[in-house]
Design a protein around this ligand. Structure first.
Ligand SMILES: [Zn+2]
Length: 394
């Protein structure tokens, strides 16, 4: 009989220097994963609990990155997620790209390398879009039979080891150019038992939360990472962290790509950064969240003593009056949190409050501002707002 490892133990995956890291003795694991040759094959009849190696979008076996510049992704998915992808309207649509490249890779002080703008980029602009190199579940079930009593840390190490074996099969499916790009990414998990592939995934992956199929509840997704996927990207994964990020990223299923947007106007030469942590977390909690990445953040928010109080207030500040909303926007802007959904919610409140006053000019102004934040679900609402089109009257 195989027993499933208790998930709560695995949420505390090891990081930093771990004595005795590596594969423990005394267990057997059973992995049931299917390798797929036809990416368009229907998923009916597949065991819904088994994961599936699949290439998306579907490509010819002899495809090259040069001939197929939009690229493709090696995925490890549950069959119902593959069905969701294949039935998404427009899938696979071509990548939507900016009119010209506006960034370069370069050295970042104390952070290895990062991406820097090569021209001014305006708030809301698409900086880049790319198909991930790999897409894997944030948590993979591996059924394990313990042959002796293992410590909690050893159980974690069994899971980390088994994940590496699973990732290795995915890695071997990558085109050689993609393998090189993958292995060139940073790895902050070199002394905790993570394998080289799992370490790079843990260091570089962006969360994909829009592939939920109803298999898991919102609570399971939030607390156990069920149904959440991890995307490793060639370019976006290069972004360093800031607690006041100037970009944000969104996964678009139809084009199967991660899109990076400017959260505010970014001058030429500035480093592009996004947040690895919860935006509303305070400084100490953010540093704890960053521990697995192996650095302490020294961004302006982390160096400013009054930041914590302002950040906490900015998330709970009311939006009942126009004056409230303007004050809230100001607080969020001072904290550099234009990426926060609360910022968009406040723009929406302003739009409605001005409309309630019959002030079409200002209602349109905030509708346009909201519509130019394409990463937010509220942007579509603003775009459908008739006042948004009354530009000539503003
Ligand atoms: Zn910081």
């Amino acid at each position: 009989m195989f027993s499933v490892v208790v998930p709560s133990e695995l949420l505390e995956r090891s990081h930093g220097f771990v004595e005795n890291a590596g594969r423990p003795e005394g267990y057997e694991a059973q992995r049931t994963i299917l390798k797929e040759r036809d990416a368009l094959a229907p998923t009916e009849g597949l065991d819904s609990d088994n994961t599936l190696y699949t290439t998306q979008p579907s490509i010819r076996m002899d495809a090259t990155p040069a001939a197929f510049s939009d690229g493709w992704t090696e995925c490890l998915l549950y069959p119902d997620v593959k069905a969701l992808i294949l039935t998404t309207p427009g899938f696979p649509s071509p990548l939507f790209r900016p009119s010209s490249r506006g960034y370069r890779l370069g050295p970042s002080p104390n952070k290895g390398r990062g991406l820097f703008t090569t021209r001014k980029i305006s708030a809301g602009d698409l900086v880049l879009s790319e198909r991930p190199l790999t897409l894997t579940p944030a948590w993979i079930s591996t059924r394990v039979r313990y042959l002796k009593e293992l410590t909690a840390e050893e159980k974690v190490q069994t899971q980390i080891y088994e994940w590496e074996q699973t990732f290795k099969v995915l890695f071997d499916r990558l085109h050689p150019d993609y393998r090189t790009a993958f292995m060139a990414l940073a790895n902050s998990h070199q002394r905790d038992g993570s394998g080289p592939i799992g370490g790079i995934i843990r260091t570089n992956a962006l969360g994909v939360r829009c592939l939920q199929t109803g298999r898991y509840s919102a609570e399971e997704a939030r607390t156990l990472r069920r149904g959440i996927y991890s995307a490793v990207c060639r370019e976006i994964s290069r972004l360093n962290h800031s607690c006041s990020p100037n970009t944000t990223a969104k996964f678009d299923v139809a084009s199967f790509s991660y899109q990076l947007f400017a959260a505010r106007d970014i001058p030429k030469g500035e480093e592009l950064k996004f947040s690895y942590t919860a935006l509303n977390a305070l400084a100490e909690a953010r540093q704890t969240e960053l521990e697995p990445y192996g650095f302490r953040c020294t961004c302006s928010a982390c160096r400013t003593p009054e930041s914590d109080a302002r950040r906490a207030l900015s998330f709970v500040f009311p939006v009942e009056t126009i004056e409230d909303c303007l004050e809230k926007l100001s607080l969020l802007e001072e904290e550099g949190l234009q990426v926060a959904e609360e910022y968009c919610e406040t723009l929406k409140s302003l739009m409605n409050l001005y409309l309630g006053r019959g002030d079409v000019h200002n209602a349109s102004k905030y509708a346009r501002k909201l519509a130019s934040r394409p990463w937010s679900p509220l942007a579509d609402l603003a775009r459908s707002y008739p006042l948004h089109f009354n530009r000539s009257r503003c």
